[in-house]
Design a protein around this ligand. Sequence first.
Ligand code: 13P
Ligand code: SF4
Length: 304
Amino acid sequence: MSGIIEKIQRLKNEQNAVILAHNYQPGEIQDLADFTGDSLELSRKAAKCKAEKIVFCGVLFMAETASILSPEKAVLLPEIAAGCPMADMINAEQLTELKNKYPDAVVVCYVNSTAEVKALSNYCCTSSNAIAVVSAIETGRQIIFVPDKNLGAFVKERTGRDIILWPGYCPTHVVSTATEVQSVQRAHPEAITLAHPECCPEVRGCADELLSTSEMLRFAEENDAKEFIIATERGIIHTLKKLCPDKNFYLAAEKFICPNMKKITLEKVLFSLEDNKYVIKVPEEIAEKARLALDRMISILPKG
Ligand code: 13P
Ligand code: SF4
């Protein structure tokens, strides 16, 4: 295995490339990466870094976002079939129809969406800033939120805003049930439960905190508690354990696994650098409009 890692490091240096990995990636990919993070952190890192090439270890919408924000860089996704089923739950035609039905509404799209959907949206958001983005919209305006009904409902609850939801969902997050989470809670009564807002309402109702993946990492590091129940994709447990070796983490449900995130392997990262594949390039006429939605999101966030 170390032979592969050495080859990757050599090619990476020769090509002035940087490897970014999402918090759900397999442990060995996270360990290899130059930067790990949630969707927002990785898009910002992609935009800021000086590399000529980005190997994006995540799913298609993340690589597309990196390409939109850094059109001058070559963005590679090591496995072209690593998509996000939730992102594909609304397309440009469906969003256009919805916009025609509510012509005065402001459109907010979750970053887990296609570039075409971003191009038709006023604002983009991620799970770590969805509340801030929606709160920044003029009071009284109706808001269309796509594609995740669970993140959308969470934002609606927290902000009290008039939000029209789209019935999209994350197949990985919605499989967990409150019964499963409560059984893990009974086994570890002292533990704090952290859930991703993509979970269904019943699971969100069992959680102590609803957080994005990187917010979970920060929370576990800063909180004095020694035990945490984690209701999100299992890849994050690897980073949590590395970050807090003296604390215990329990997955809230066995089925928390995103098959698409797990399609990236060390071999595929190597092939990606060797054969320059798969290049993710969003056509400029779409990228230009999608960039506006992403820039509006970035402009309302604290600098960082
Ligand atoms: P984060 O933005 O919290 O990393 O989440 C991305 C994602 O795909 C969650 O399923
Ligand atoms: Fe998409 Fe869900 Fe996988 Fe995140 S965990 S990439 S939302 S399918």
